[in-house]
Design a protein around this ligand. Structure first.
Ligand code: ATP
Length: 361
């Protein structure tokens, strides 16, 4: 069994370094008390690095990322630093494409004690996963759309190869959840197959893959109805799988349901590599103030432990991943020292300390 893991760390821009510090601290403390080892390597990249050096994602950082067991990334990009064509520096998107990280995993959990704008019926909990395809879809044409004086065009790409990998990933995840007693083992393909041929193609591939998983339920929903149901009855969902742009929008809706971007983790997973990153950006408006919520990044770290543990059959890591997620949820439920985004007066470091206290590490 593999026991020692190299983690590439991109601490990025804006609040990135501030939220990375407690995350590494907690992951290091967990490993020190357990049987596995984590070694962290800093990977310079991002907007501030570009402003200083003219490079946004140096080859050396990409090489470390490629060779690592997992990549932990905070947030990159600053509105004030742009390429000559006016677009923002976003090496995280380049990494996703370079490593073919097609499955953007966005868990949505609402548990007792969590702040949510929803009126949750007594006894209900929300625990579903939105999987956003992360390498093609409408984002495929990023940077190459055609704009004239009178027209603008962007092209959506959906390929059989990536869609098959994506749907297999989704069914496998639903099966793993079901075997742990989470969810009924159902995958919903979210599309707009009633209007666009590309989405009819997407759905047809989904139905083909579903046949390989006869023990799981496959169903379909249109993206607009899904947005409605995410607000009206989100407890009904298990695993949702969708195109890049639809997933981009729905995952922010999911973050809103959970109480905000500060508590929304994510993972971008491929066949060999994976990036674990909060759903939010670099939040330059609050950078350097010590009030950024590190929970989304710490929860992404918990997802990394669970993913590495599952991939390498390392029970201690899987256990620590679950334990870390539970500790964050308990700190939210107790309401102690929460940051302003969650209605408190605490700080980035007070949240880190509260989680360490909860874990007793
Ligand atoms: P991107 O396009 O890179 O995802 P964005 O422009 O959508 O980024 P964010 O950087 O995510 O924006 O910030 C959106 C808002 O949420 C900002 O007001 C920011 O301060 C707030 N925010 C984001 N992350 C956090 C956090 N971890 N803690 C507290 N507030 C946050």
């Amino acid at each position: 069994m593999k026991n020692s893991f190299d983690i590439a760390v991109f601490d990025g821009d804006g609040i990135g370094p501030e939220i990375t510090r407690p995350t590494i601290d907690i992951l290091g403390k967990l490993a020190a008390q357990s049987t596995y080892e984590l070694s962290f390597t800093d990977c310079p990249a991002g907007a501030a690095y570009y402003a200083k050096t003219g490079e946004s994602l140096p080859k050396a950082s990409m090489d470390v990322a490629r060779e690592s067991d997992a990549i932990l990334l905070s947030a990159m990009g600053l509105p004030s630093v742009r390429y000559d064509d006016g677009t923002e520096i976003s090496p995280q998107i380049e990494i996703r494409k370079a490593l073919t990280l097609f499955a953007g995993v966005r868990p949505v959990r609402i548990f007792p004690g969590q702040r949510t704008p929803l009126n949750m019926p007594e006894g209900r909990e929300v625990d579903f996963v939105l999987i956003r395809e992360s390498t093609e879809g409408l984002f495929y044409s990023q940077g190459s759309g055609e704009v004239t004086q009178d027209e603008a065009r962007e092209t959506l790409l959906i390929t059989r190869d990536i869609s098959e990998k994506l749907f297999k990933f989704a069914f496998k995840l639903a099966g793993d959840r079901k075997s742990k007693g989470v969810g009924p083992g159902r995958v919903t393909c979210v599309d707009k197959a009633n209007v666009f041929r590309a989405f009819a193609f997407f759905r047809e591939i989904f139905d083909g893959i579903a046949k390989d998983f006869p023990d799981l339920v496959a169903d379909h929903a249109y993206v607009d109805a899904t947005a409605l149901w995410m607000v009206q009855k989100p407890w009904d969902f298990d695993v949702l799988v969708t195109e890049n742009m639809f997933g981009d929008i729905l995952s922010d809706l999911g973050a809103g349901l959970m109480g905000g971007l500060g508590v929304a983790p994510s993972a971008d997973i491929g066949l060999d590599n994976a990036v674990f990153q909060p759903c939010h950006g670099s939040a330059p408006d609050i950078a350097g103030m010590g009030k950024a919520n590190p929970m989304a990044m710490i929860l992404s770290g918990a997802m990394m432990l669970e993913w590495l543990g599952t991939k390498h059959n390392n029970a201690a890591m899987m256990k620590d991943g679950t334990r870390l997620r539970k500790a964050v949820e308990d700190v939210i439920a107790h309401g102690d020292g929460l940051t302003p985004d969650l209605g408190g007066t605490g700080s980035t470091s007070s949240i880190g300390l509260a989680i360490i206290k909860e874990l007793a590490v």
